[in-house]
Design a protein around this ligand. Structure first.
Ligand code: F6R
Length: 612
């Protein structure tokens, strides 16, 4: 949560910083602000509550020249989203400006000390304490801004990325990182900082990740990274292999609509290069020997929100193919129940951002208990990928809309790959069967495209459902996680009360929610449990539900009980989530649009949830 940007170079810093913030706005949009160091040594700060557009409007009326700047887009933690709580925060003299992502847990103690020593606070934030601490220590530490930040970091508890500019430093931005993401963009005569690479991808594709408790000195001529003791640490840079187009709306009204359309390509990218010439899988990324894989006794999958739903789909695939017992758990609950895991447990942490605090803490706990942790993530260099034993990248490309679409799709694809790979190595499926399943997977991108091309009627349906107060989603087997996902999407995008249930469970209580006309979406592609599912459709219909059924082409078994049928092409039953998820995504986005809502930035949310 919160996006941060830093720049020092030759270009107009305001333009660079604002462009970076536009790309990071998905991380939080309660308020935004910038600090620009002018050529005459004035540190100008502008900040405004509300979305970035509010700040941009204000900035259109002022001139902020300069080639060094920092910026912030906020998801509020300490203090309401007002102008005065917007970042950057400054010290008493206005010489220091600080932007911050994260929470400083001991800020109250720090603030009390600062107030006792005569500092005046002008915001309710934890961040402001850092600006005053810089003010106190900068001179004492010989005017060395990096040493000042290092000394402050030692006194901070919690999670943070801090970016600091000082009026007396026309060629230096200092940043520090603990637990939250910070990436350096390496340019020529200019350098960048961002919460992720999208912040600077328009300028450079060379990036370097910053590790735990490291401090960055960003100058025009280069970048120095040290640990908290001031020892220089070397690090490798990496090349980002997608360009700015991937992070643009490309004519779509919302990023989410574009990202839904990108799914066929995203699945191809996830599958790409992971199959050998003999048609079998090759997943070196797991960093596990065949013997390690044979020694696994159980699998635990952890994730939050939609990533948890991908994990649930993974459970069906892994258990079916590899015959290993699999548990799936919400990462936020995992470490508090004293899980019984150890050396023979494979923990799979699913996370698009690779920064979700609940998942990260669960990863740390699992490793502490000596389990082997595999990250399934979209973000190269993310904290979860670096703190896990191995990382399987989903290669979905940047996802800007807050609600996850192609990331979930590629996570599910990756889970199928892991399931098949475990089966291949453990010999629980013979090679021909593995090849056949992989062939089915390779057909999925075209089938997803077919579903996307047919979404006109779903958008029309959304207009009819726009006034509904409650929608229920039912599914069985792999349809159940999709029922959960459909309900989550509708809740978060359209603010409609929605719940997903295993269809068989509805008669044990939830059926009481059904009134005349209650829309019930039933995920009912052709598979072994369909006869039971049809009973459930009849049960809800008999109580007045309006039934919307997602069914396989040519399957007429469900149509007599459906008020509306949404068709998907046929595929193997285990793979159906890769198709049924598409109408659920389109429906939620279209209901939100019909209700006049911002599909990309739903209220109260942020894309990367870096607080527990
Ligand atoms: C829902 C959604 C969230 C995320 C969850 C985990 O549309 O996007 O539920 O799936 O916050 O995020 P990551 O995958 O980044 O760990």
């Amino acid at each position: 949560m919160c996006g941060i940007v830093g720049y020092v170079g030759q270009q107009d810093a305001l333009e660079v910083v604002l462009a970076g913030l536009r790309r990071l706005e998905y991380r939080g949009y309660d308020s935004a602000g910038v600090a620009i160091l002018s050529p005459d040594g004035h540190l100008a700060v502008e900040r405004k509550a509300g979305k970035l557009a509010n700040l941009e409007k204000e900035l259109s009326e002022v001139s902020l020249p300069g080639t060094l700047g920092i910026g912030h887009t906020r998801w509020a933690t300490h203090g309401p989203p007002t102008d005065r709580n917007a970042h950057p925060h400054v010290d008493c003299s206005g010489d220091v400006a600080v932007v911050h992502n994260g929470t400083i847990e001991n800020f109250e103690v720090l603030v009390r000390g600062l107030e006792d020593r005569g500092h005046r606070r002008t915001s309710d934030t934890d961040t402001e304490a850092v600006a005053h601490l810089v003010e106190e220590r900068y001179e004492a530490l010989g005017g060395d801004l990096a040493a000042t930040v290092r000394s402050i970091c030692k006194d901070l508890e919690g999670s943070f990325v801090l970016v600091v500019a000082h009026k007396a430093e026309p060629d230096l931005v200092v940043a520090a990182r603990r637990n939250l993401p910070l990436v350096i963009g390496l340019g020529d005569g200019e350098n960048f900082l961002g919460s992720d690479v999208t912040a600077f991808i328009a300028h450079t594709r060379e990036a370097r990740a910053v590790d735990q408790d490291q401090v960055v000195e960003l100058r025009r001529s280069g970048v120095t990274v040290t640990d908290l003791e001031g020892t220089v640490v070397e690090g490798d840079s990496y090349h980002v292999d997608w360009d700015t187009d991937a992070a643009e709306k490309d004519g779509h009204e919302f990023f989410m609509l574009k990202e839904i359309e990108e799914q066929p390509e995203a699945i191809r990218a996830t599958l790409g290069g992971r199959m050998q010439e003999d048609g079998l899988l090759h997943l070196d990324e797991l960093s596990m020997s065949d013997q390690d894989i044979r020694d696994i006794e159980q699998v635990v999958i952890i994730g939050c929100g939609s990533a948890y739903h991908s994990g649930l789909v993974g459970k069906y695939a892994l258990e079916r193919w590899s015959r290993l017992p699999v548990q799936v758990e919400m990462a936020s609950e995992f470490r508090y129940r004293d899980p019984v895991i150890g050396r023979s447990t494979l923990v799979i942490a699913v996370s698009q951002s690779g920064e979700t605090a609940d998942t990260l803490e669960a990863v740390r706990h699992a490793r502490h208990l000596r389990a082997k942790v595999l990250a399934v993530t979209n973000t190269v260099g993310s904290t979860i990928s670096r703190e896990s034993d191995a990382a399987l990248y989903t290669r979905g490309g940047p996802e800007v809309a807050v609600a996850s679409t192609k990331a979930v799709m590629t996570q599910m694809t990756a889970m199928y790959l892991v399931g098949l790979y475990l089966a291949q190595v453990r010999g629980t499926r013979d090679p021909d069967e593995v090849r056949a399943h992989l062939a089915d997977l390779r057909e999925i991108p075209d089938l997803v495209q077919e579903v996307i091309d047919r979404m006109g009627p779903v958008r029309a349906l959304a207009k009819q459902l726009a006034g509904s107060e409650r929608v229920l989603f039912l599914g069985r087997h792999v349809g159940y996680p999709m029922a959960l996902e459909g309900a989550l999407k509708l809740k978060e995008l359209a603010y409609v009360s929605a719940e997903g249930f295993p269809a068989g469970e509805i008669k044990h209580g939830p059926i009481a929610l059904i009134e005349d006309g209650t829309p019930v979406v039933i995920i009912a592609p052709r598979h072994a449990l369909q006869a039971k599912l049809i009973n459930n459709v009849q049960e809800v219909r008999a109580r007045g539900a309006r039934t919307i059924v997602i069914a396989t082409d040519g399957d007429e078994a469900v149509t007599p009980y459906a008020d509306t049928v949404i068709r998907i092409p046929d595929t193997k039953s285990l793979l159906t989530p890769l198709l049924t998820i598409v109408p659920l995504q389109v429906l939620s986005a279209a209901v939100a649009m019909a209700r006049g809502l911002d599909v990309d930035q739903p209220r109260n949310l942020a894309k990367s949830v870096t607080v527990e």
